[in-house]
Ligand binder design. Structure first.
Ligand code: GLC
Length: 561
C-alpha cells in the first residue's frame, strides 16, 4: 500500500481533492445490509491509498431516513444504523492520522418531523412560541382548506401540509422535512452551537445543504414565475447568516462548502466573499453537456466569477443527487437537469466511460478543488432500481415519473466474488446491486492497469506530486474545433479531444498521463484527454509509437534518466 501523504496545513481547501462518502452505501461493517461508520473505518486505507485530501460525509445523524438522512432528528447523535458518536470521533481521528480531513453535512433549511422542536411545535398548538421556530400559518379559502401560498416545491408536489388543528406548515421538500424559520434568533443560535459541536470534534469543514433556501420572504407572498426576487431562493438575509458562521469557522480553521444552485454567476459569487463561505459546488459545470464550446464557456465563467472574490473554484462531475457520470455521458443528452430525468433512456456505457475518463482528467487539471463521489473512481454506471425497491421520495412525489436518485446510491462493489460484492457480509443490501457489477469491483480494478480506478489513482498521484496542478492560472492554447487545450504553468498542459476526429498534440517533452492510448500517428483520439509537459531544456519533442511515449535526448545532449 502507498504511504499516506502528509496532512497539509496551508490553505489545503483551495486545491483539495474531496471524496464524498454516502455512508449508507459505502461499506457495511456489521453486515445488516446498510453501510456504517465501522465500514468506513475499515476502508480508510483505501481512501488514503487513492490519495484524497478530505472526505465529505452526507448526513450521519439520527434520522428516520425519509430523505436519506437529510431529515435530521438530532444533530448531536449518530443514527444507530450508522454507529455512535464515539465511533464518529474515532473515525475523524483515524482519518487525520492518514492525512485525510473530515467534512460533515449540515442541513439548516429543515429538520425531520421527528426532531424534538417539531414535535413540541405540533403539541403546543397555534400561536405558541414553539410554532414560531417553523412556518405555521392558517390556510386560505373559506375554511382554511387551501395552502397559505403557491410556492413550488423543490421536490414536486405540495409545499404545505395541514395538521390536525387546522394550521399548515411549510416544507420545501417532503412533509417529513419542515422548514425552519431563520428569522428566529433561536434557530440561528442552535445552528451556531451545532457548528461548534462538530468543529470541537475535529472536523475540518462543513457542507451546507440547500444553502440558498434558508431565508424566506417574511410575507410568504405568492410565487409568480419569473418575478424577482424569488420568495425563498437567494434572499439577501442569507449573507448575514453566513458571515456569523464564518466567524465561528475561523476560530477553528474550519471551511465551508455551500450547496448553492444558482445559475446567476454574480449572485452565486456573493456567497464566496472573503467573510462568507470559502467554496461552493460548481453545479453549472456538473450540469454542462459534453461539448467543447459549452465546457470552455462554463470554465471561463467559473473562473471569472470566482476571481473578484478571491475564492477557488470547485469542479464536480456527480454526487448523490444526480445521474452517474458514465451514464450521463453515454446518452444523447449529456447534460444534467432534474426536470428531464426519465426511465429507460438509451445509453452507450462504453462511450460514456471513455468520456468520463477524459472528464476526470480535465477536472483534475483545472484550478481549484475537486469533488469525487464514491464509485466515480470505479466508473459505476447509474443502476436501474426495480420500481418496488425505490426509496427516494423524489420518485413517489413525482407520481412515479421521476426515477429518483437511488440509481446513483447503490452500495459499492469491493470484491467481485463475495456476497453483495464485499459491501457487507449479507447478500441483501438496502438497495439491490445490479447482477453484472463484479466487473466494477475494487479488487478486479486493482488488478487491471487499464481500469478507471487505476486511472484515478495515477491521476491523483500526479496531481499531488507533479508541478502545475491545483490553484493557479489557466491559459487557453490554440486548438482545433472541439478540442480543449490549456496550460497551467510549469509547462503543464492538458488537451481534451471532444471532436469526432483525432487531434494533433502540441510539441511536448513528456507525456504525464492519458485517459486512453494515442493513435499510431501520435494523435489524441476522440473523447480522450492527455496531460503533457512542454519541452524542458535538454529535452526535445516526443516520439510516440502506438501509445507508448519515449523521451528523446537533444542531439549532443545527455540521455535522460
Ligand atoms: C440537498 C441534498 C439532497 C436532499 C435535499 C434536501 O439537495 O443534496 O440529497 O434531498 O438537499 O435536504
Amino acid at each position: 500500500m502507498a504511504a499516506p501523504h502528509l496532512l497539509r496545513t496551508d490553505d489545503w481547501w483551495r486545491d483539495a481533492v474531496i471524496y464524498q462518502v454516502y455512508p449508507r452505501s459505502f461499506a457495511d461493517g456489521d453486515g445488516d445490509g446498510t453501510g456504517d461508520l465501522a465500514g468506513v473505518r475499515a476502508r480508510l486505507p483505501y481512501l488514503a491509498e487513492l490519495g484524497v485530501d478530505a472526505v465529505w460525509f452526507t448526513p450521519w445523524y439520527l434520522s428516520p431516513l425519509v430523505d436519506g438522512g437529510y431529515d435530521v432528528a438530532d444533530y448531536r447523535t449518530i443514527d444507530p444504523a450508522f454507529g455512535t458518536l464515539a465511533e464518529a470521533e474515532k473515525l475523524i481521528a483515524e482519518a487525520r492520522e492518514l492525512g485525510i480531513r473530515v467534512i460533515v453535512d449540515i442541513v439548516p433549511n429543515h429538520v425531520s418531523d421527528q426532531h424534538a422542536w417539531f414535535r413540541a411545535a405540533l403539541e403546543a398548538g397555534p400561536g405558541s412560541p414553539e410554532r414560531e421556530l417553523f412556518h405555521f400559518r392558517p390556510g386560505c379559502g373559506e375554511n382554511g382548506e387551501l395552502p397559505p401560498n403557491t410556492w413550488p416545491s423543490q421536490f414536486s408536489g405540495q409545499t404545505w401540509t395541514r395538521v390536525a388543528d387546522g394550521e399548515w406548515y411549510l416544507h420545501l421538500f417532503t412533509p417529513e422535512q419542515p422548514d425552519l424559520n431563520w428569522a428566529h434568533r433561536a434557530v440561528r443560535a442552535e445552528h451556531e452551537s451545532i457548528l461548534r459541536f462538530w468543529f470541537e470534534r475535529g472536523v475540518a469543514g462543513v457542507r451546507i445543504d440547500s444553502a440558498a433556501l434558508l431565508a424566506k420572504d417574511p410575507a410568504l407572498a405568492d410565487f409568480t414565475e419569473g418575478v424577482d426576487p424569488h420568495p425563498y431562493i437567494d434572499q439577501d438575509e442569507l449573507h448575514d447568516i453566513y458571515r456569523s458562521w464564518r466567524a465561528i469557522a475561523d476560530e477553528y480553521d474550519g471551511v465551508f462548502v455551500g450547496e448553492v444552485w444558482l445559475p446567476d454567476t454574480e449572485r452565486f459569487a456573493r456567497y464566496l466573499r472573503p467573510d462568507e463561505l470559502h467554496t461552493a459546488f460548481n453545479f453549472n459545470f456538473l450540469a454542462c453537456p459534453w461539448a467543447a464550446d459549452r465546457l470552455r464557456r462554463t470554465i471561463d465563467d467559473t473562473l471569472a466569477e470566482h476571481a473578484p472574490v478571491g475564492a477557488p473554484a470547485t469542479w464536480v462531475l456527480c454526487n448523490h443527487d444526480v445521474t452517474r457520470t458514465v451514464t450521463r455521458y453515454g446518452r444523447e443528452d449529456t447534460g444534467f437537469d432534474f426536470a428531464t430525468k426519465a426511465f429507460a433512456t438509451p445509453t452507450d456505457l462504453g462511450l460514456g466511460t471513455r468520456r468520463a475518463r477524459a472528464a476526470a482528467m480535465l477536472t483534475l487539471a483545472l484550478p481549484g478543488s475537486v469533488y469525487l463521489y464514491q464509485g466515480e473512481e470505479l466508473g459505476l454506471p447509474e443502476a436501474d432500481i426495480p420500481r418496488d425497491r425505490i426509496q427516494d421520495p423524489m420518485h413517489a412525489r413525482s407520481g412515479g415519473t421521476d426515477p429518483g436518485r437511488d440509481g446513483c446510491r447503490v452500495p459499492l462493489p469491493w470484491n467481485a466474488e463475495a456476497p453483495s460484492y464485499g459491501f457487507g457480509s449479507t447478500s441483501e443490501p438496502w438497495l439491490p446491486q445490479p447482477r453484472d457489477w463484479s466487473r466494477y469491483a475494487v479488487d478486479r480494478q486493482r488488478a487491471d492497469p487499464g481500469s478507471m480506478l487505476a486511472l484515478y489513482h495515477e491521476a491523483l498521484r500526479q496531481r499531488r506530486t507533479a508541478e502545475g496542478f491545483g490553484d493557479g492560472p489557466l491559459t487557453w492554447l490554440p486548438a482545433g474545433d472541439g478540442v480543449l487545450a490549456f496550460t497551467r504553468g510549469h509547462g503543464l498542459m492538458c488537451v481534451v479531444n471532444l471532436s469526432d476526429e483525432p487531434a494533433a498534440l502540441p510539441a511536448y517533452g513528456e507525456l504525464i498521463l492519458s485517459s486512453g492510448p494515442l493513435d499510431a500517428e501520435g494523435r489524441l483520439p476522440r473523447d480522450t484527454a492527455v496531460w503533457l509537459r512542454s519541452p524542458a531544456p535538454g529535452r526535445t519533442a516526443i516520439e510516440v509509437t502506438g501509445g507508448n511515449s519515449v523521451i528523446m535526448p537533444l542531439p549532443g545532449g545527455e540521455p535522460l534518466p
